[in-house]
Design a protein around this ligand. Sequence first.
Ligand code: B12
Length: 252
Amino acid sequence: MSGDQKQIVRPYGDTTGDGMVQVSFTLPVSHDKRAEGAAVQLANRMGMDPAMVVHAKPMGDGFTFFVVYGRVNHLVDLTAVQVVERDFPLLSAKDVNTVVKQRLRRKLSVVGACIGTDAHTVGIDAILNVKGIAGEKGLEYYRELKVTNLGAQVSVPELVEAARAERADAVLVSQVVTQRDAHLHNTREMSAAFREAMPAGRRPLLIVGGPRFDETMTDELGVDRIFGRGTTPGEVASYLVHALITQRKATA
Ligand code: B12
């Protein structure tokens, strides 16, 4: 953090430090004056005062979507913010290939899938497919990585079996749907299955990703790393090298 940056901050809307924020939500009521009043009441109870409905749109029968703009008095203490910082160096594809070739002396095997009923494959494909994302090629592009992408709606037993057959060094799971915490349940089921099926030391690195994961939950979910929205293939490849080769050798 730079020296002149404040430690305590508050939101900025029209003028510095005015505390103005904007939130959106849907209420199960038809759109009328009373519905807008209900939205303001909710915003007030959330600590926004004054609060103003700046957008309201009927969402089918009996539902209204709102955008509310208003002031909060809450402060943010930047020194108390907890996040997972990247604790490994970002490597180029060339460097990843070189380290794997020289130090592992075989291809590094990666098995990926969307598990449970989740069919949102765009995220895992962005990480694995050659096409990649954000101008970066996916892991299939890396000469020294062997990628097996199982696709959508893979069951946990199928995933464990594929990881065994491919002698996976790492298993990459994507979970996008979060309804009823499906992403958390599925991830716990997956990590428990790997722990049961394989002894410690033989277990592949377990990595999950998706836009709504809390990256600090690795221990609770029994995984080695969580990647959130905006992840790029280069970050994942660099982490694989760090966790499976560089760090492992250093601590061995
Ligand atoms: C495309 C899409 C679909 C497509 C999926 C096509 C496909 N082959 O993937 C289709 C139309 C099939 C679909 C269906 C459904 N969808 Co949909 N869908 C989306 C949408 C519009 C975009 C998702 C996407 O592709 N993002 C782009 C990728 C690149 O981003 P990403 O997934 O976040 O991935 C990045 C990171 O998260 C990370 N990452 C992700 N996974 C992994 C894994 C690893 C290992 C790593 C390292 C990193 C990583 O890296 C990626 C690259 O940066 C979202 C809304 C939105 N705008 O996000 C809704 C959304 C995800 N869908 C939603 C829903 C509800 C559904 C349905 C249930 C709808 C229905 N009633 O039928 C079905 C469920 C189908 C199923 N069985 O899963 C909801 C989920 C809500 C929730 N709370 O869970 C969303 C949020 C829409 C909404 N606002 O309601 N959907």
